[in-house]
Design a binder for this molecule. Structure first.
Ligand SMILES: NC(=O)c1ccc[n+]([C@@H]2O[C@H](COP(=O)([O-])OP(=O)(O)OC[C@H]3O[C@@H](n4cnc5c(N)ncnc54)[C@H](O)[C@@H]3O)[C@@H](O)[C@H]2O)c1
Length: 258
């Protein structure tokens, strides 16, 4: 019995920059369970990396399409292309975030108006814009999953404006879930533990965070993109059909500790 019901389903995966990306953890598992995966990227460098990664999956139905989430025009063009090529979209993995380096290094009080707007636009508003563009093609209902971090709720050193962006992202998940539930579209977030990726390099206290997870978390270890990828697949699949508006923690249990 196919409990996942993801075989031949069309899933858009946004945010694979390289083989370390959390989005790649999800994409690999999606390809293994028989989904068609449509990758979106911002930089040509990422396109080349994705194409290289897909050399091991030549028999699968995939596509690689440019999408800069800071631009409505780029989002429209990308989802227009995806709709034309695939017809129906069944799911989206939104694994995209960015903030200016100085807004993570400086004191939080120094956050500029522009830096605040840019981080929230890229990392939180983009989920709303992408959902709006995908909706006309989500005619069979579907599931949307985004990536958050504990900095949304707690003050984590050096996470600064990105924490505010993740708080907005998690609230957007709840409002989108409430709005789109009647169309059979579910929206959830995964709050992932610390994972060494390109984006993580921008967070000054990242190495300390990795050590803290090993010391403090109930499982006494860090999580990885495969574990986050597996939960992403669960949230995209029929197994989670009763779950929406939720933030699920894949962090070795770290967030429960005092
Ligand atoms: N690595 C961690 O420790 C960790 C923990 C919790 C949550 N997250 C979240 O996971 C998500 C994925 O990050 P990652 O750690 O895999 O790093 P990553 O650098 O591999 O992925 C981030 C992606 O965002 C994309 N991106 C940035 N600006 C964009 C734009 N304007 N348009 C389109 N794409 C854009 C980048 O191209 C990149 O592919 C992010 O939302 C991040 O905040 C990461």
């Amino acid at each position: 019995m196919d409990v996942l019901n993801l075989k031949d389903k069309n899933i858009v995966v946004m945010g694979v920059a390289n083989e370390r990306s959390i989005a790649w953890g999800a994409a690999k598992k999606l390809l293994e369970v028989g989904a068609n995966v449509i990758f979106t990227y911002r930089k040509d460098r990422s396109k080349a990396k994705i194409e290289k990664l897909l050399e091991d999956y030549k028999e699968k139905k995939t596509a690689v399409i440019q999408c800069d989430v800071n631009s409505d025009e780029s989002i429209q063009t990308a989802f227009g292309q995806i709709g034309e090529q695939f017809g129906v979209i069944h799911g989206i993995v939104h694994s995209v975030a960015f903030a200016h380096a100085e807004d993570l290094k400086n004191r939080f009080v120094e956050t500029s108006r522009e830096g605040f707007a840019f981080a929230l636009d890229t990392s939180a508003y983009s989920l709303i814009a992408v959902t709006r563009a995908a909706r006309p093609f989500m005619t069979e209902g579907g599931s949307i999953v985004t990536m958050s971090y504990l900095g949304a709720e707690r003050v984590l050193e050096g996470y600064n404006v990105m924490g505010v962006a993740k708080a907005a992202l998690e609230a957007s998940v709840r409002y989108l879930a409430a709005d789109l539930g009647k169309e059979g579209i579910r929206v959830n977030a995964i709050s992932a533990g610390a994972i060494r990726t390109l984006a993580a390099k921008g967070v000054p206290s990242f190495n300390e965070a990795l050590h803290r997870y090993e010391e403090v978390s109930p499982l006494k270890r860090n999580t990885n993109k495969e574990e986050v990828g597996d939960m992403t697949v669960v949230l995209l699949s029929d197994l989670s059909r009763g779950v929406t508006g939720e933030t699920v923690y894949v962090d070795s249990g770290y967030h429960i500790m005092g």
